[in-house]
Write a protein that binds this ligand. Structure first.
Ligand code: N01
Length: 533
């Protein structure tokens, strides 16, 4: 395993998912010395850990991939419209080989602390393996969904069988054949895993707290002609995607009218077409689905009717029918999720009113106990802030990130935090991150950070630090935009509402590509909102 060869670097990067890998490559390209620390034993980030059955990306493969290198994007062949986890992990590994990244990555090593030394304007970074290095720049490429959320269920220690979390799945896989399985959680991970687990297990019981909307993914093999056609003009395709809301989907038909401007039948046909096509295009039928409750109701009602049409048992169909705003929690894409509830070997238990607890032999709620051999927790993540807050990060005057963010995360552009000079977050809270194609956002952030480091070097500056005024204005902006939409209306992880005790703040910025324009404008105005020393 490559240990750091020096103890001083221009850049230390934490994490070797898609953000950390590109940050390393870009830093090297620009002549900076860089080193990465990664807690996993290989690259891939979220795709390294989330190996649960059915794990698959919900952004098409031809878009969920790097565009920074023309040859790379030409030579890699995707096999499916939406790639499964194994293929994405192979791609990450290929990128690491191709750019010889692993020689500068120390694996199986977690950064435990990062302390800013005011006397030297450098960060001292320490790891759980006892390494200590210093760097001018510290880049947190720690991912948005990288700390799994394991609720403390009463009696959890008593359960005698194995408990698996979808976000930390055993590498050797899990054989559910002949097993009685409980699955807790029906977000994107649960909805992808349940059909496959139910197909394999003797019996599966789903413990659902909130029913979720899901649209058929309609995954299919990626025809070579389709791939070749996109590759023949890849740069143009990428540029067109970058201009779309969320940075993806230039081939999605975008509706141009509000839902209520269409008559009922026209609307029904439009939703039906999009349901048949599958994917996130469903959300683009009309312009105002996340702005107007009435508009949202039309789409939500359509999906509820679909569920009622698919699920044979009316009680189960009713339980599976969501009532919150559609899209307020991230919309799920599935393959046969609702159909799975017609199997004879699956039960659905509503735990919306009564918490789940565990016993030696199973899972209980509201006095009903179900004996199982193993439990799958599809209970999500302490998103966007969880991983950063687990590291002892201390900025100027010993300010800790835990104190700085005690009332929720505060950043400028989701890139920097006042009091923490030369520390950058990739896809941090306050940036569009999780509301976009993550790889597009990552590349935009890495390019911005690398240009910024280069700017300091060329102008004989040592540090860059966001001002408190810029941060205040930015946080206000993020909140104002969110409040203009229906996003804050439900208990989503975007708000931190899934983790007991977490401050309720809408963390991502809604608005990509305007965000990119803002970042470019900040640079054009001489790094407006930052102080350079
Ligand atoms: O996590 P989630 P996830 N008792 O937080 C339930 C990305 N992703 O891993 O809704 C009982 O969405 C919780 O219930 P509730 C994607 O961005 C992408 O599924 O809080 N239940 C919910 O049902 C996604 O949004 C892909 O009431 C409890 C579930 O657990 C994000 O990752 C695939 C509970 C958690 O759902 C997270 O998805 C997978 C408790 N104490 C993930 N605590 C694709 O690209 C939580 N729950 C397709």
């Amino acid at each position: 395993m490559p240990e750091p060869t020096n103890n001083t670097y221009d850049v230390v990067i934490v994490g070797s998912g898609f953000a950390g890998m590109y940050m390393l490559h870009k830093s090297r390209q620009m002549g900076f010395t860089a080193h990465v620390f990664e807690r996993a034993s290989d690259v891939g980030g979220t795709w390294y850990w989330n190996r649960y059955p059915g794990a698959r990306c919900d952004v098409p493969s031809m878009e969920y991939s790097y565009q920074f290198d023309g040859d790379l994007q030409q030579e890699w062949e995707w096999t499916e419209k939406y790639s499964g986890q194994p293929e994405i992990l192979r791609y990450a590994s290929h990128v690491a080989d191709r750019f010889d990244l692993r020689r500068d990555i120390t694996f199986e090593t977690s950064v435990t602390s990062a302390v800013y030394q005011e006397s030297t304007d450098r960060w001292t970074v320490s790891t759980d393996e006892g390494a200590t290095v210093t760097a001018q720049f510290l880049v947190m490429a720690t991912g948005c969904l990288s700390s799994e959320n394991t609720p403390s269920f009463a009696g959890m220690d008593n359960f005698e069988g194995p408990i698996y979390h979808t976000g930390k799945w055993p590498h050797e896989g899990v054989d559910f054949t002949g097993k009685r399985v409980a699955v807790i959680g029906t977000g994107s991970s649960g909805i992808q895993a349940i059909p496959i687990i139910a197909d394999e297990a003797q019996h599966t019981t789903i413990f659902q707290r909130t029913a979720n909307y899901s649209i058929p993914a309609r995954n299919e093999p990626l025809e070579p002609e389709v791939q070749a056609e996109i590759k023949s003009n890849y740069a143009e395709f990428r540029a067109a995607n970058s201009l779309q809301n969320g940075g993806f989907g230039s081939r999605i038909r975008r509706g141009e009218i509000a839902a209520l401007e269409a008559d009922e039948e026209e609307r029904y046909l439009e939703f039906e077409r999009r349901w048949d096509e599958g994917g996130f295009g469903f959300l683009s039928a009309y312009t105002d689905h996340l702005l107007s409750q009435e508009s949202n109701d039309t789409a939500a009602e359509f999906v509820r009717r679909k569920i009622a049409g698919i699920v044979v048992d009316p009680n189960t169909a009713a339980l599976l029918s969501p009532t919150q705003v559609l899209g307020c929690k991230r919309l799920c894409l599935d393959t046969g999720y609702f159909e799975t509830f017609n199997r004879p070997n699956i039960d659905l238990v509503d735990v919306s009113e009564h918490p789940v607890s565990m016993t030696a032999s199973g899972v209980a709620s509201n006095g009903r106990e179900v004996d199982v051999d193993c439990i799958v927790l599809a209970t999500g993540f302490d998103a966007m802030t969880g991983t950063l807050l687990r590291i002892d990060i201390r900025g100027r005057d010993g300010l800790t990130i835990q104190d700085k963010w005690s009332a929720g995360p505060r950043t400028y552009l989701g890139l920097q935090i006042p009091g923490f000079p030369n520390l950058f977050t990739i896809s941090g809270p306050g940036s569009p991150s999780v509301l976009t194609n993550m790889i597009v956002s990552i590349e935009q952030h890495v390019d911005w950070i690398a240009d910024c480091m280069d700017h300091l070097r060329s102008n004989n500056r040592t540090t860059i630090e966001a001002t408190v005024e810029a941060e205040d204005e930015w946080v206000d902006h993020v909140n104002t935009v969110a409040d203009f939409t229906l996003f804050p209306s439900c208990n989503s992880w975007y708000l931190g509402a899934n983790v007991p005790g977490k401050t309720r703040v809408f963390m991502p910025l809604i608005g990509y590509p305007p965000y990119v324009e803002k970042c470019n404008e900040v640079v054009a105005n001489g790094y407006e909102g930052f102080v350079l020393t």
